[in-house]
Design a protein around this ligand. Structure first.
Ligand code: DC
Length: 228
């Protein structure tokens, strides 16, 4: 790659539990790209806000928090999330974070800071990034764009099984309700809403295995079929 050629970006967007992060990690590993979980950034910020009891409507407090938060994603066997040197990888998956994240994700100041951080990774790496607005706002000129979706029943069951495996006590009904609320917030917020980019390759993962989705994505990349 010549020095003035930009690094490659593969964007994956879609609602919660549509399979984005699993597929993004497989693709990144196969292509030897860096995987960036943008949702983990919003989760980490939500965790920090909750720890500090910040009033999100107070821009002075919020700006101070943004300027004093050191957020790092470290590549390991799986991605590790650090805030101010503290490993919060497990904490950010807590259902309590899911309940509070929509307020954080619709905040203009926080989105601006996180979008800037997300864009910075392209300077040094070929990346696979997943989220809600990656193909539309963060990298509108991404080389490849994918939009993954699945029915609410399938997505809720995936999340239910993940949480039960971690020993959490939660019902499927509660997960469906909370996921519907989060979907609504993700699709309807004014800044950075969840949207399928016009030039994204759209995949319904409801009836597909992880391997099937991964090979669809990889074939699409090989055939440069992203501009369908
Ligand atoms: O991908 P996830 O479920 O871990 O994301 C958690 C939340 O973070 C999601 O409901 C909305 C927010 N988010 C966002 O607003 N923009 C992104 N690019 C990624 C996540």
């Amino acid at each position: 790659m010549s020095s003035n050629q930009k690094n490659i970006v593969i964007a994956l967007d879609g609602p919660a539990a549509s399979g984005k992060s699993t597929i993004a990690q497989i693709i990144a590993q196969k292509l030897n790209f860096l995987y960036i979980d943008s949702g983990a950034m919003y989760r980490a910020f939500t965790w920090k806000m909750m720890q500090n009891n910040i009033n999100i409507d107070n821009n002075t407090e919020l700006n101070e928090l943004i300027n004093n938060t050191h957020l790092v994603l470290k590549k390991g066997f799986s991605i590790k999330v650090y805030v101010d040197s503290l490993d919060i990888t497990t904490k950010i998956r807590d259902p309590e974070i899911d309940r509070n994240i929509s307020i954080v994700a619709k905040n203009d100041l926080i989105r601006k800071a996180l979008v800037k951080l997300q864009r910075s990774y392209q300077k040094n790496y070929n990346i696979v990034m997943d989220g809600r607005d990656i193909g539309t706002i963060v990298f509108p000129k991404a080389n490849y764009k994918f939009y993954l979706e699945a029915s609410i029943e399938v997505r809720a069951m995936r999340r239910f099984q993940e949480l039960i495996a971690k020993g959490k006590e939660i019902t499927l009904e509660k997960i469906i309700k909370e996921m519907q609320n989060r979907d609504h917030a993700d699709f309807t917020r004014t800044i950075g809403p969840l949207k399928c980019a016009k030039d994204a390759f759209r995949i319904d993962t409801s009836e597909l295995s992880i391997e099937q989705v991964a090979s669809l994505v990889l074939n699409c990349i090989k055939n440069k079929g992203n501009k369908s």
